[in-house]
Design a protein around this ligand. Structure first.
Ligand SMILES: CC(=O)N[C@H](C=O)[C@@H](O)[C@H](O)[C@H](O)COP(=O)(O)O
Length: 229
């Protein structure tokens, strides 16, 4: 961890986290490319960067903002930093915040979220962001010791509908019932949607696709043109 915990939380509060991820087989799936995009996002004002994979997190060593690290792996439904070993590897790679699956689903290594966070803390001084899919997840994650609650898995874990934009209802629920900082994440595609997520109660907003995934952004424009035909 390159920043202390209170500084990280202060930087995140009110700020934009930009998620820089390319997917298996894509041309941009290269740590150097992801870090270059991260630098560009920081120039634009990103308060923190979210990166996937050990190589990308290692390559981000010189970024001047906190790094939220995760490792998507395995074929289980629980695939965002699914085990304690993955969480330790993300922390070892230099992440300031370890993002992990924060749902109530069973984890591939058989540990509970509480055990995972407690054992991670025995070996690493990092903040933990729980990627949740519902209010019940977030309450459980907070009780399990998570420092930050994300709405990342809303629409992907079976508990919430996949809304077209951010799940504003869930953000508002977390804001009402939880006590840890909330990161609104998932399907935030416009500046107006980011502002709406903040208005709904998010402390920070994380945007991925709409800033850093050109193939998807291109497809939005192509589809709009096709609809005009
Ligand atoms: C569900 C899942 O696997 N979410 C991932 C988590 O890291 C990423 O694929 C998303 O891009 C990220 O959450 C940002 O969301 P959006 O790209 O919608 O702005």
């Amino acid at each position: 961890m390159r920043f202390d915990a209170s500084e990280i939380l202060a930087r995140l509060n009110g700020g934009l986290i930009v998620s820089c991820q390319a997917y298996p087989g894509e041309a941009m799936r290269d740590p150097r490319t992801m870090v270059q995009i991260a630098h560009a996002a920081i120039v634009g004002g990103a308060a923190a960067i979210r990166l996937q994979g050990i190589a990308d997190i290692r390559a981000a060593e010189a970024l001047p903002v906190p790094v939220v690290g995760l490792w998507k792996d395995g074929d289980s439904d629980v695939f965002i930093t699914p085990t304690l070993a993955h969480a330790r590897a993300v922390a070892d790679a230099g992440a300031d915040i370890v993002a992990l699956d924060g749902t109530r689903r069973s984890r591939p290594d058989g540990l509970t979220l509480t055990e995972t966070i407690a054992r991670l803390r025995e070996t690493h001084d990092v903040l933990v962001m729980a990627d949740c899919g519902s209010l019940d997840d977030a309450i459980a994650a907070e009780n399990a010791g998570a420092d930050i609650l994300g709405t990342t898995l809303s629409g992907y874990s079976g508990e919430r509908p996949k809304t077209a934009g951010p799940d504003l209802e869930l953000i508002a629920q977390l804001s009402e019932h939880c006590h840890r900082p909330i990161v609104a994440e998932g399907r935030i595609h416009t500046p107006a949607a980011a502002a709406a997520a903040k208005d709904a109660g998010a402390n920070s907003v994380c945007v991925g696709t709409a800033i850093t995934h050109p193939s998807t952004i291109t497809s939005w424009f192509v589809r709009a043109l096709e609809e005009e035909r």
